[in-house]
Structure formats: structure tokens, C-alpha cells
Write a new protein. Structure first.
Length: 361
């Protein structure tokens, strides 16, 4: 078996242990005589799977009782619409534009009301996080929206914005479970699971209970109303059963690794190896201001498009795959999510050093 080092931004590397366990249980899940793919979502066996997944997530993130955990479909992109549909009572919201995903969410919100861009880092190709300590947030804004880790550009909010008493909604798709967070600081925390948690097809949303009401925008489809999903414990209709089962296994894996503080330490160690090399390299350089660097997504360039392409090609041959930068920005990007082992980053840096030697005078 030849496994590669997979630096994909998502869908992304999963813990090998989890994949092996799932393989072992493929034909017969714990004596049920069925695969989890085949069983009814209304069965007792499956009910235990989804309940245990939720309980483990609650424990990992220390989620207070007054927050609901929902397992939803439609990807993070559908959630861009669900946020205004469920929260825009005054038809106004403030958006902080730190990359393409935040911008897409902002554009989606404009369909439903007045979305106001209160800060942006687009002037410098989203290479930094704007100062959000004293923003001009409209009094009657229903919420302030951020994308906490910008997958494409490799920036991360190190401190949350001062929302001046407004509700904070955060897309944590690419930093989910990478470090501890204080859930009470948010109204809604959500993300697609396909980076740090599991197979594409599930969005996990952690929503403060008082925000889950029947008072949604007219025309909101039943399925997109959080109350529908919350009242049915995410089983209003058939959920992505198998994917949730894998998420549950990843939660257990993270618990075994020591929880979110241990995960943070592991991620900081990995990111440091790569950033330290980028800072001293004569060929490669990072594209993000130091203080806003993401622990998860590390974009870098050589400054020469042809050399970038050569690097990606040679790296792929050497077993380091999916290092090509996002199609809109070029260069390279190494996504080093929870499941990327330290030796994956060490070996990548070794390979980069060799490439540098061969391609500089
Ligand atoms: C931060 C962030 N938000 C949203 C999305 C969109 O996710 P989805 O493809 O699940 O709609 C992505 C996808 O990569 C992302 O990185």
C-alpha cells in the first residue's frame, strides 16, 4: 500500500486509523450484519452513532447546553443562504471580507437583505486580516459575519472582531477542531467537515438555542429552517448517515490524541516547521503577513510561475500531492490539517530544500 502525503485543501487527509477502522467495519458494523451505509437512519444502531458523535463533539468543544449541534447537508455554500434566512430579522448584516468564501457569503446575503461590508483585505489580495477592533457596525445589524480561517489565502483571525454587542457568525470550515475555541463568544459556529473532520457532505452547525425560531424570512424552505432540523435532532429527513459516522470516528481520534489543546500544539509544531523554512528560504516565500498566518493552509510562491509548476510536478512525483495553489491565486498551498502527521511536513520541507538547491545558483 502506497499512501501519499496529501496536502489537499479539501476534501483532505483523514487519520489513517479512522480509515482502517471504517474498512474493518465495512461489511458488518459491530455485529449488526450491515454496513453503516446500508442501515436505516431510524434504527437504534444508527441513533447511537449520531448521538455518540454529538456527545463527543460537545465534550471536545466544551459546547454549552444552550447551544444546539446540527448535522446538515448542502455544504458550507448553502449555509451562506441559511444564515440570512434564519437571522436577518432587520434585513441587515455586517460582513468582514477576508477572502473568497467570506465574499461569497456576503454576496449571498445580498439576496435577502442589506449586507454591509464593514472591513475588507481585498486591497492586498487578502494577505492579511483587517483591524476589527473598532468597526463601523450598523446599530440594527442582525449579526456580524466572519470566515475565521481563509482556506485560499492562508490567513486566520487570531482575535475575534469587536462586534459591539452584535451576534457573531463564523465559518470555521478550514479550522474546525484545530484548536480550542470559546463557543460562548459566538451566536453561530459552522463549517463543512471535508477539511478537518470527515468526508464531504456534512455541515456541522453549533447554534445558540434562542436563535432557532419560527421567525425566519418568508419563503425559507422547510429544510433550510434551523428549527426544522433542531426539532428533529438532525433527522428530519435522511441525513448523510455514513459521513456522520466517519465524523464520529474522527471525534474519537481527536479525543485519543488529547483533545483540542493537544491538537493545537500538534498543529503549531507542524506549521512552525514549514513557516520557519519559508522565512529562511532563498527560493520560496510565504504570501501572508506573519501575524495573521493560518496554522492550516500555508500558501507560498517562488515568484516564477514556471518554477512553481515544475515544483508541483516534481513534488507530485515524489509523493507530495495536491500542492497546487487555488486556481484563482496560483503558486502553491500546503494544507496541513489535523490528520497530516509531523513527518509529512518534515519530509515536504526536506523536498523543498532539495528543490531549492537544484534550482538556485
Ligand atoms: C472557509 C470555507 N468556507 C466555505 C467553503 C465552501 O464549502 P462547500 O464546498 O462545502 O460549500 C469552503 C470550501 O472549501 C471553505 O474553505
Amino acid at each position: 500500500m502506497a499512501r501519499v502525503y496529501n496536502f489537499s485543501a479539501g476534501p483532505a487527509v483523514l487519520p489513517e486509523e479512522v480509515l482502517k477502522e471504517a474498512a474493518d467495519e465495512m461489511l458488518d458494523y459491530q455485529g449488526s450484519g450491515q454496513s453503516v451505509m446500508e442501515m436505516s437512519h431510524r434504527s437504534k444502531v444508527y441513533d447511537n452513532i449520531i448521538k455518540e458523535a454529538e456527545a463527543d463533539l460537545r465534550e471536545l468543544m466544551n459546547i454549552p447546553d444552550n447551544y444546539k449541534v446540527l448535522f446538515l447537508q448542502g455544504g458550507a455554500s448553502q449555509f451562506f443562504a441559511e444564515v440570512p434566512m434564519n437571522l436577518m430579522k432587520n434585513k441587515k448584516a455586517a460582513y468582514i471580507i477576508t477572502g473568497q468564501w467570506a465574499k461569497k457569503a456576503y454576496k449571498e446575503a445580498q439576496i435577502y437583505g442589506e449586507a454591509v461590508a464593514v472591513a475588507s483585505s481585498e486591497d492586498k489580495t487578502f494577505s492579511y486580516i483587517p483591524d476589527c477592533s473598532d468597526l463601523d457596525i450598523p446599530e440594527d445589524a442582525d449579526y456580524v459575519y466572519i470566515c475565521e480561517n481563509n482556506t485560499i489565502y492562508g490567513t486566520k483571525f487570531k482575535t475575534l472582531p469587536n462586534t459591539k454587542g452584535h451576534l457573531l457568525v463564523s465559518d470555521v470550515s478550514s479550522c474546525f477542531l484545530s484548536e480550542p475555541i470559546d463557543v460562548t463568544k459566538y451566536g453561530v459556529v459552522y463549517g463543512g467537515v471535508q477539511k478537518n473532520i470527515g468526508p464531504a457532505g456534512v455541515v456541522i452547525a453549533i447554534i445558540r438555542e434562542d436563535l432557532i425560531t419560527d421567525d425566519v424570512l418568508p419563503g425559507t424552505p422547510t429544510m433550510l429552517k434551523w428549527k426544522t432540523q433542531a426539532d428533529a435532532d438532525s433527522l428530519y429527513n435522511t441525513p448523510p448517515c455514513y459521513n456522520i459516522y466517519i465524523c464520529g470516528k474522527v471525534f474519537k481520534w481527536i479525543k485519543k490524541m488529547g483533545g483540542l489543546s493537544a491538537m493545537k500544539e500538534h498543529n503549531e509544531k507542524k506549521a512552525k516547521i514549514l513557516y520557519d523554512f519559508l522565512d529562511e528560504s532563498r527560493l520560496f516565500k510565504g504570501t501572508v503577513v506573519k501575524e495573521d498566518r493560518s496554522l492550516m493552509n500555508v500558501p507560498f510562491v517562488t515568484g516564477d510561475k514556471e518554477l512553481d509548476a515544475k515544483f508541483v510536478e516534481e513534488a507530485t512525483k515524489a509523493g507530495f500531492v495536491n500542492l497546487k495553489g487555488h486556481r484563482t491565486v496560483g503558486g502553491m498551498r500546503a494544507s496541513i490539517y489535523n490528520a497530516m502527521p509531523i513527518e509529512g511536513v518534515e519530509k515536504l520541507v526536506e523536498f523543498m530544500k532539495k528543490f531549492e538547491k537544484e534550482n538556485t545558483k
